[in-house]
Design a protein around this ligand. Structure first.
Ligand code: NAD
Ligand code: 6OD
Length: 497
């Protein structure tokens, strides 16, 4: 395993685009610095792609659809995707190091979630695509002979993938795995904050023999940069996006031209619901993770916690104790369980909410500021894990997505009241319900207007199931057969007998 020092040296190599199987700096002549969120130091440069790079990537992806990839039998394609997963696992330490450099997240987290899921996302969809049937119907006809209808799935074509920075490899491969398994070709525009693992994946694609042009990467920003050129490109057949709701709205406008389909996985302001009949140890452990994991930068994370009044004080005291026990520090330190935020800009945003909470009248149970860090990390994007209480449901801190290691805890008195409070949001991504009364769990879960409802767990993922959100948390579902539906065109063949 390389040390962080070696890694820093290695990462000073440029993050290049990957177009038609070749690494290239492109022709824009533009680049920007890749900054470590843990130290504030430059760790490399990233080449910025503009229209020419997107045009080249789209042309390569289109050509690949008509080349060996398009002609390949499904089983062979699935085997290649298994090989991609195996190669990610073989180069596990390199992916881990790249992800840690870009995000500063604890190694313990990235090695258990980000990198293994990066590999699993290829295996699951490679297997699934071989086992999902399509519909068929016999139709009566006046002559009595009937007609046979059956569905045939075809790749949708060239897919634009726009991914965020919080779980860079995991969220990008979540889309790419499903898209490639369905026979499409892709152009990925990873977040400008986290270019490294997506770039490394280009090497993996070449090593295992994925044909040129099937997987392309163009780096850059959103507006007036690679992101906007990709989503506005007329030869991109569909766009899959994960990121902020406001960005999703802009991308939908681009996609409207030419009626191109979108899949949107966007923001959340998720409620945790803790009933007095919960197993308190489980509820605290789960809520600690759902609030603070990945420094709170998880779309599924809990930012609003509702606790039934008889256990409110005990719950708040125990969550406070947990938050104060978190260890912020270097990614490779095995005791570290909280990393930095992704950037100084995001730090400013989170700190502005910490300030706003106080202005809105919150009680600061713990945190609320910038922690004291060792000298080499003082320029990093660190914030304290934070808990607030005492705000009304109308407070901005209770309504707006913060995306940091922070929650607000509110007491409730009845099931009916908490369902109403949980649903009083413009978002609808996820909830986590804590109760030992499973009848209650089955009754409450479907009444929360979200795409994902966990009971006595959080972020427990079966990749065969539907993933996505309602209201402003997204459009559509990916995962399992739902992903295959988005990434395929279904032709109904009607044969008159
Ligand atoms: P973001 O919307 O700022 O950026 C996401 C991606 O969109 C980046 O690659 C960015 O460069 C690109 N982009 C920005 N403007 C664009 C434009 N005009 N055209 C094309 N591309 C553009 O989001 P972020 O800050 O990277 O991620 C955090 C957000 O993502 C949070 O709101 C979080 O809830 C959400 N998120 C949702 C899910 C989910 O599955 N629902 C998962 C992870 C993150
Ligand atoms: O687990 C997944 O497949 C997934 N899309 C997780 C999203 C996490 C959001 O930050």
């Amino acid at each position: 395993m390389k040390t962080m020092k070696d890694g820093l040296q290695a990462a000073t190599k440029d993050a290049l685009h990957f177009i038609n199987g070749e690494f290239t700096a492109g022709t824009s002549g533009r680049s920007f610095d890749n900054i470590s969120p843990a130290t504030g130091q430059k760790i490399g440069i990233v080449h910025e792609g503009l229209k020419p790079e997107i045009d080249a990537a789209v042309a390569a992806a289109r050509a690949a659809l008509h080349g060996p990839w398009g002609r390949m039998p499904q089983a062979e394609r699935s085997d290649l995707l298994h090989a991609v997963a195996d190669e990610i696992n073989r180069r596990f330490d390199e992916f881990l190091e790249a992800e840690i450099l870009d995000t500063g997240k604890p190694k313990s987290l990235a090695s258990h979630i980000d990198i293994p899921r990066g590999a699993a996302n290829f295996k699951v969809f490679a297997d699934l695509v071989k086992n999902v049937p399509t519909e068929s119907f016999m139709l009566d006809t006046p002559d009595g002979n009937g007609a046979l209808n059956y569905g045939v799935r075809r790749p949708k074509g060239v897919i634009g993938v726009i991914s965020p920075w919080n779980l860079p490899l995991l969220l990008m491969t979540w889309k790419v795995g499903s898209a490639l398994a369905s026979g499409n070709t892709v152009i990925v525009k990873p977040s400008e904050e986290t270019p490294l693992t997506t770039t490394l994946l280009g090497e993996v694609m070449n090593t295992v023999g994925i044909p040129k042009g099937v997987f392309n990467v163009v780096h850059g920003f959103g507006p007036d940069s690679a992101g906007a050129y990709l989503t506005g490109h007329p030869d991109v057949d569909a766009i899959t996006f994960t990121g902020e709701t406001r960005t999703g709205e802009i991308i939908m406008q681009s996609a409207a031209k030419g009626l191109r389909q979108v899949s949107m996985e966007c923001g959340g302001k998720n409620a945790g619901i803790v009933f007095a009949d919960c197993d308190m140890d489980k509820a605290i452990e789960g809520t600690m993770r759902s609030v603070f994991a990945n420094c709170g930068q998880v779309c599924l994370g809990t930012e609003r916690v509702y606790v039934e009044r008889p256990i409110f004080d005990e719950f708040v005291a125990r969550l406070k104790e947990g938050a104060e026990g978190l260890k912020l520090g270097a990614a490779e330190d095995k005791d570290t369980n909280l990393g930095p935020l992704i950037s100084k800009e995001h730090q400013e945003k989170v700190l502005s909410y910490y300030k706003l909470a106080v202005e809105e009248g919150a009680t600061v149970v713990t945190g609320g500021g910038v922690p004291d860090m060792p000298a080499d990390m003082q320029d990093g994007a660190w914030v304290e894990p934070t808990i607030f209480t005492g705000l009304p449901e109308t407070a901005r801190v209770v309504r707006e997505e913060i995306f940091g290691p922070v929650c607000h805890i509110t007491p409730f008195d009845s099931e009916e009241e908490v369902i109403k409070m949980a649903n009083d949001t413009e978002y609808g991504l996820a909830t986590a319900i804590w109760t030992e009364n499973l009848t209650r769990a089955h009754r409450v879960a479907p009444q929360i207007d979200v795409g994902l409802a966990w009971v006595n767990s959080w972020f427990l993922r079966d990749l065969r199931t539907a993933f996505g959100g309602s209201k402003q948390s997204g459009i559509g579902r990916e995962g399992g057969v739902h992903g295959l539906e988005f990434y395929s065109e279904l032709t109904n063949v009607c044969v008159k007998l």
